[in-house]
Ligand binder design. Sequence first.
Ligand SMILES: *[C@@H]1O[C@H](CO)[C@@H](O)[C@H](O)[C@H]1NC(C)=O
Ligand SMILES: *[C@@H]1O[C@H](CO)[C@@H](O)[C@H](O)[C@H]1NC(C)=O
Length: 442
Amino acid sequence: LFSVFLTLFVFFLRYNAYRTPTFPQFRTQYIRRRSQLLRENAKCGFEPGLRRQYLRLRSQLLALRYGPLSEQSSFRASSVRSSRTTLDRMEVRFVIPKHCFAHISGSHQLNLGCGLLFYIPILTLYYFISSVPRLQFANDDKHLLACCSLDGTLSIMTLSPPPPTVKVTLKGHAGPVTDFAWSLSNDIIVSTSKDGTLRIWNTEDGRCIREVADPEGSELLCCTFQPMNNNLTVVGNSKHHLQVVNISTGKKVKGGSSKLTGRVLSLSFDAPGRILWAGDDRGSIFSFLFDMATGKLTKAKRLVVNEGSPISSISARSWISREARDPSLLVNTCVNKLLLYRVVDNEGTLQLKRSFPIQHGSQPLHSIFCPLMSFRQGACVVTGSEDACVYFFDVERNTKAIVNKLQGHSGPVLDVSFNCDESLLASSDATGMVIIWRREQK
Ligand SMILES: *[C@@H]1O[C@H](CO)[C@@H](O)[C@H](O)[C@H]1NC(C)=O
Ligand SMILES: *[C@@H]1O[C@H](CO)[C@@H](O)[C@H](O)[C@H]1NC(C)=O
């Protein structure tokens, strides 16, 4: 049922560029109205067979009139074309009635026995015009979500009270935004871009507080806050450099730079902020010791995971569950697996603990731990995958480690994020779609 609903919508969107060519302002209105009608129809009950028939017929009619439209690529290309003059970013918001999900069948969620991990897509899907490489819920906040997009903007949304709204859009980067991070108190977001700048934003009013240009003028690819001192941010660039920046001055911290073997793609501190891991596009993970007093970095260890496979994501966790108390590192690198490492010493030395099959050949996929859920039962991790699914794995299970698979995306799922109580999961994909999933208590 959900798939029919979704298809209908993607479908409306796909042809949207062709509608009212002289009055582009009506397009969003059209989609809104369709959404409303669908919602009202849904109240009277859905007849899936009929819908499918309707879809087919409509598709034939539209194809007759406007010529055939192929999948995603043409949808996006046409949206870009049409939006150039009026909207620089198409944003369509619609609401799917809750009861529509009462009948979701097994094909949409494989719930393989772990009751707490049943997530359903809720009310909202956002369509951005281009890929959404990162998204992240704010700290200790259930409903504040930020996304960055290759179109150069970041958006902060509030998901509650419904309907969800875009609170503020952070505009200023002159190139695709590659990464961002919330400060601990959520008052600041730092972002990196291929335009070669790090930007510091006020999340209340969307003002850019500071812009720090990369001294080498190279693309900035990743950033993270030092967890114990949010005045310091670490930034990685495409010329293999890592740099600690004092964001209250915008200056480089002396002794806070280092060089990797490739483009710096991913960063993660351990919780106390003493060890920093950085991954590059040649397949190496380096660990650094961080000196809290001075902000200096000391290179410690290097691990070549798989020569030539970009390390697209690293996340560190001090301990993942009662059963697995050792500090761990979760790594996405393009080897069709999600890797879980054990951190075996104070220098950040890694030892492979487990791996989980996913589809990962080239895209910048990310993964996360689910700390709360893991505390209650098992020890879970969640990852995006190139087969357009979100996977949940239980790291303590020896067989059938996969505990859930969420379907609904239409392209490689690039990032996933939980809100603070893990009642919501957000996922984004390479086609610009964001899905918010709500945990169902069973
Ligand atoms: C950042 O620096 C300012 C001024 O030096 C200080 O007042 C503030 O507490 C620092 N913030 C953090 C999170 O350390
Ligand atoms: C960052 O800059 C602020 C303001 O000048 C300064 O007070 C603070 O000590 C600096 N922090 C580090 C670690 O250099």
